[in-house]
Design a protein around this ligand. Structure first.
Ligand code: FUB
Length: 353
């Protein structure tokens, strides 16, 4: 089944099953009717397991996958923009799967208000496991004591939270990147632990930066280095496969395109030098933004993205009403990534094989 039960619907009792299902179906949800003799398989209109978008009862954005044991956790922002509002993002959500077909909604793991020094904007995030704890890095708008955006860090003993502010202040503020041209350049953290155990953080909008984290995970260690690749817009994602390091990001060639695509660079070391490898995807359907998140899970590689093609009730997709998707990611023998075409079928076809 393609099932994604909203958090509030996940109850073992469900005494009024039919009513609950009707209520849970805000546009999507195929529910496994365990024990029901009436159920004869998915209706023709129901999407196949693994189809896009993954979440259909909420607008979600900025996907960040994390594998823990046999489970893939997916952290997202929650898009709640109304009418023509650009963004309205107040909390982060987490979903999990063990098979890439059935997703469990764990509800919000944190709200931007949980960072007392932050004003608004639960923007892009990524969680990472280190020394048995889960560290959550996220972009937010700082209060008036620092201009523009900042990067927060929170911690939990579980991938599904609750997460708490780990520092009581921002990890990265605007003044730490003085070369930047605008107040929202310090967004979209990506975190990566290298083979020597050092964890690195990269982030940025228009400018892309990288720095080491101290073992305590809540302080920058040493210099901040600019590594901006061609057409870099935002949403960097660091990963490694074999001996190759990848920096994948939302790119925008403003002279040619209106909407972001995904591009990437590779390097022989986390410290570069980075070589531009071109575009990995086109734009997300109806979406100005796109946001890559890459992970290997149970032997396959996946590229998470978002588009704005989901409609919920009378609300169409929009810049601030996006939907997270996932596609298979494949590599060429030389380590370059094969271009990814965004589909409605998502990973459903390959999972069926
Ligand atoms: O979701 C808010 C912002 O839009 C993110 O931080 C960017 O990556 C873009 O997706």
């Amino acid at each position: 089944m393609h099932s994604l039960l909203p958090h509030r619907c996940r109850t073992k009792e469900l005494p009024y099953l039919a009513k609950a299902i009707a209520w849970c179906r805000t546009g999507i949800v195929a529910v496994a009717l365990a024990g029901s003799t009436a159920y004869a398989g998915p209706a023709a209109s129901e999407p196949a397991p693994g189809s896009n978008p993954i979440v259909r009862d909420k607008f979600t954005a900025d996907p960040a996958p994390l594998v823990v044991g046999d489970t893939l956790y997916l952290y997202t922002g929650h898009d709640e923009a109304q009418r023509d509002e650009m963004f309205n993002m107040r909390e982060w959500l987490v979903y999990s799967t063990t098979d890439m077909k059935t997703w469990t909604d764990h509800g919000p793991i944190m709200r931007v208000a949980d960072f007392k020094w932050a004003k608004q904007d639960a923007w892009a995030s990524q969680a990472i496991e280190k020394n048995g704890r889960f560290w959550f890095y996220a972009a937010v708008e700082h209060d008036a004591t620092h201009p523009g955006k900042a990067i927060a860090v929170a911690v939990s003993d579980s991938p599904t939270g609750p997460f708490v502010d780990a520092k009581g202040s921002a990890l990265i503020v605007n003044e730490m990147t003085p070369k930047g041209t605008h107040s929202w350049e310090d967004i979209d953290p990506t975190v990566f632990t290298d083979d020597d155990g050092t964890t690195w953080i990269a982030w940025g909008n228009r400018q892309c930066y990288i720095a080491r984290l101290k073992p305590n995970m809540i302080e920058i260690d040493g210099p901040i280095t600019e590594i901006t690749p061609p057409n870099f817009e935002e949403g960097p994602w660091l990963h490694k496969r074999g001996d190759i390091y990848y920096l994948t990001y939302a790119s925008l060639d403003r002279s040619k395109h209106r909407d972001e695509k995904v591009s990437y660079a590779t390097a022989p070391s986390i410290q570069g030098p980075w070589t531009y490898r071109g575009e990995l995807t086109g734009s997300g359907k109806y979406s100005f933004t796109i946001h890559p998140g890459i992970v290997q899970f149970k032997g396959r590689w996946y590229l998470f993205l978002h588009n704005a093609a989901l409609t919920i009730g009378d609300q169409n997709g929009a810049i601030g009403r996006r939907a997270v998707t996932v596609e298979n990611l494949e590599y060429n023998p030389d380590g370059t990534m094969k271009p990814v075409v965004q589909t409605d079928a998502g990973v459903s076809a390959s999972l069926a094989r």
